[in-house]
Design a protein around this ligand. Structure first.
Ligand SMILES: C[S@@+](CC[C@H](N)C(=O)[O-])C[C@H]1O[C@@H](n2cnc3c(N)ncnc32)[C@H](O)[C@@H]1O
Ligand code: SF4
Length: 498
């Protein structure tokens, strides 16, 4: 019995009475009774980690009390847990959800918890004008905030209890526009934190690296790759010199890394758009070229879809921009993409077999032949002013604390609704969050889901699921997943290379 193929079948067309299937669960998994209801629950959760208990019940012909008992049986069976968490199309989502799921009760009860994840946005400005990016393209921080801001961010790092919070450095704007970035990285590393950085690498010249040796204290450095040659780069960034600068910088970085025997993992992120699906073949030869020229190797490649911060939203929003993109990928695009991804896998196995390819949430479903598997998207009504500061926040150079990451762009229209306080000598992150939890109001605002990136969409849906399950009378503790219970301890992963 090939369990992965079984899980890929559409729920409605699956024969849960099939003898081979039942035998597998009886003999290999050790389930003696309540088949096929158990198999149905496993199938549903393996593919849809965000499904509510109410929906599960509507698909089974049983009572709520029976569902609670079946959940318990599934929760205590290690094999079933493995099948749900590791073998279905939801695998990538499960991976991200688990460390946060067990803390959703704190969110629902407004209990304090220091955030599990903090995104630091130390950039002063940005030199690119990417069409999908939510930044206000007219905005930049005053240059004197660069150093003061870094001191504020360091003070937040001092508040962190190592092992309970993971951090990342990104934007906001472009982190390398801050000349003091290296010292922030070193400070975090010295405190025992693993530091990943996301950058467009335009400023990552050998000169910048020399002035910021802290870059070598990174755990990983992810370069956002916006094209594969001059024209494609110019199309996305609207900067004619961007391709030349970035490709040269990556090669030089890799060379120095090799000569100086540094450990930082260097990877590339490529956002797949309607306009660039066909460029995946050139992306393959570009990676090959970077490896060859540098005599070293790119460690990982992350592939992502446009999560729709700007694309697909009303033209009257986020007007301060040079251009917008046509739309997000449709079914036709995804079919085409599947073909190009097969090319990539084949090319990889021949030319750079050691690279780790991370397909992200939706593309992971796609490579498992699930064309219907789209990025999870939360609705405006779920994007509350309560947020989930116990799980995740973003902080910028002014020390402003944002509930949602795509709100963390300086002077983005409407983002002030999601700032819960500003750090200063009297206001620590802890006190800002405690105060917020006592004073927020529940209102939501139209078009607010543009303030979510793909991670925030996922967390928002997770909190909605937890809230609905609790209301329905089957909270996470009584659901089918053991690792969503508060008593289980889980590692907070934050890397793209393994
Ligand atoms: C906002 S950027 C800030 C850091 C830096 N300026 C850069 O571009 O890498 C952070 C990451 O989000 C990605 N990003 C921005 N808008 C996106 C969207 N609508 N969909 C998917 N990824 C997006 C960027 O490509 C980048 O990898
Ligand atoms: S995605 Fe990064 S590089 Fe592009 S405009 Fe936004 S902040 Fe700048």
């Amino acid at each position: 019995m090939d369990i992965k193929s079984f899980l890929k079948k559409n729920f409605e067309n699956t024969n849960f009475q099939d003898n081979e299937l039942k035998n597998f669960f009886i003999n290999k998994v050790g389930i003696k009774k309540n088949l096929p209801d158990i198999i149905k629950i496993v199938h549903l959760f393996a593919n849809d980690p965000l499904i509510t208990q109410q929906t599960v019940l509507s698909k089974l012909n049983i009572l709520k009390e029976d569902l609670i008992k079946l959940n318990q049986e599934i929760r205590e069976n290690k094999e079933l847990q493995k099948i749900i968490l590791k073998m279905g199309s939801g695998e990538r989502y499960w991976n991200s959800i688990l460390p946060f799921a067990k803390h959703t009760n704190k969110v629902l009860n407004d209990d304090f918890n220091f955030p599990l994840r903090i995104a630091f946005f130390p950039g002063v400005s940005c030199m690119f004008y990417c069409g999908f990016c939510g930044r206000n393209q007219d905005a930049k921080y005053p240059s004197n905030s660069a150093e003061i801001g870094i001191q504020q961010l360091k003070s937040v790092i001092n508040e962190i209890n190592i092992g309970s919070t993971a951090i990342s450095i990104s934007g906001g704007l472009e982190p390398l526009t801050n000349p003091h970035l290296g010292s922030l990285i070193t400070h975090a590393k010295n405190k025992g934190l693993r530091v990943p950085l996301i950058t467009n690498a335009y400023s990552m010249t050998p000169g910048y690296i020399k002035k910021n040796p802290g870059l070598w204290d990174l755990d990983s450095l992810r370069v956002s790759l916006y094209g594969v040659d001059e024209n494609t780069y110019d199309f996305v960034t609207r900067s004619r010199k961007s391709y030349k600068m970035v490709s040269r910088n990556i090669i030089e970085f890799l060379k120095i890394k090799k000569i100086e025997n540094k450990n930082v993992k260097l990877g590339l992120n490529f956002i797949i758009l309607k306009e660039n699906i066909k460029d995946i073949r050139k992306l393959c030869s570009f990676i090959h070229y970077l490896n060859k020229e540098s005599g070293s190797e790119i460690d990982f490649l992350t592939l992502r879809e446009d999560f729709g911060s700007v694309t697909g939203h009303n033209d009257s929003l986020d007007k301060q921009r040079k251009y917008r993109l046509d739309g997000i990928l449709d079914l036709q695009d995804r079919k085409l993409l599947l073909n190009e991804l097969a090319y990539l896998e084949n090319y990889k196995s021949k030319n750079f077999p050691n690279i780790n390819i991370d397909y992200g949430y939706a593309l992971n479903g796609l490579i498992n032949n699930r064309l219907d598997y789209y990025l999870v998207r939360a609705e405006d009504i779920e994007v509350t002013k309560r947020g989930y500061s116990q799980l995740s926040v973003a902080i910028d150079l002014f020390g402003d604390v944002f509930l949602y990451r795509e709100a963390g762009f300086l002077n983005r229209d409407g983002n002030k609704d999601y700032i819960i306080g500003r750090l200063n000598k009297d206001n620590s992150l802890k006190s800002i969050i405690s105060n917020h939890l006592r004073n927020y109001n529940e209102a939501y605002i139209k078009d607010s889901n543009r303030f979510l990136d793909s991670f925030d969409h996922l967390l928002t849906k997770l909190v909605t699921q937890a809230s609905k399950d609790k209301e329905f009378g089957i909270p996470f503790e009584n659901g089918p997943i053991k690792q969503r219970s508060e008593t289980v301890s889980i590692n907070l992963g934050n890397n793209w290379y393994s």
